[in-house]
Design a protein around this ligand. Sequence first.
Ligand code: BDR
Ligand code: CA
Length: 337
Amino acid sequence: MTTTAPVKMVLDCDTGVDDTLAILYAALHPAVELLGVGSVWGNVDLDTATRNCLHTVHLAGRPDVPVARGADRPLLQTEPVFAYHVHGDDGQGNAGTGRVLGEPVAESAAEQMIRIAREHPGEVEVVAVGPLTNVAIALAACPELPTLVRGITIMGGAALAPGNVTEVAEANIWCDPDAAAAVFNAGWTVTMVGLDVTMLTTLDDGHRERLAAGGTLGQYVAGILDHYIGYFAAASFGERRSCMHDALAVAVAAGTLVPDLAPLVRAYVSTEGRTRGQTVCDLRGMYMGFPEQEGARCRPVLRTDPAFADQVVDLLVAAGDAAVPVTPVAGTEEESA
Ligand code: BDR
Ligand code: CA
């Protein structure tokens, strides 16, 4: 019997609802060795994102995973734009516990990413599921980062699918296109888990019922998904279901979701005008099996098994109870865990 070592991972997130599922998946799945979590502005402000990252690792019974604070705004634009209407005021579908659990480490998310990469040369997968601001800051501080890591996988972009902020731009790329352009141009191969697949892997009230019938962890997730599913019912699907987004990137990086189609192609991020935030992938080879392209350094994932949603639900149900109480508390009093 062959056993595969878990994938060492640094996970960078703007923790709203789907990021919470991604952190839980990374913290609980035996195929992942989660070495650090970084917070970044995006779905919610940085303080809320950081609090949610900490809350989630505690829920998973992994308070040992360090959480580092990252950037609170995009690299060049001055004003961040958040998505509370999607993720709720608390980034937890207005169904969070209100608990403040643990504290971020002293180093920044970019510093943590670089340190962990240096400690495990060639072994660490950077998985970024929010705006790419922290990764761009890490690249500026450590231009050799691409040679130090195993790879980078992002949730972001859209190769063939429409955008979800503009006609062509996906939210994580649209939030900080200048950072995204730096990441795409850094000389590593970017595995791009974008809207082409994340919009097709959905969670509905049947999934919520299965989660709610599990332990307190499943019940918590069922609770935070209610508002999120409601948003997507109105905005995207016309019925009560939501896309899963971020957990797909973690699973692709971990090898627990193997893409059915992910060609290696040239790609760039538009930073100008009406198409700002678009990921432009050269898919002209698609009618002849994607022949090799010179300078190709992006692997857009174009097809995955939508049944992956069940894998996530199974994992969360099997985990049973959360490691901390999931009942809401009044206010945001400090708790030690
Ligand atoms: C991406 O944007 C964020 O709202 C989600 O968490 C996900 O990472 C989807 O476009
Ligand atoms: Ca995200």
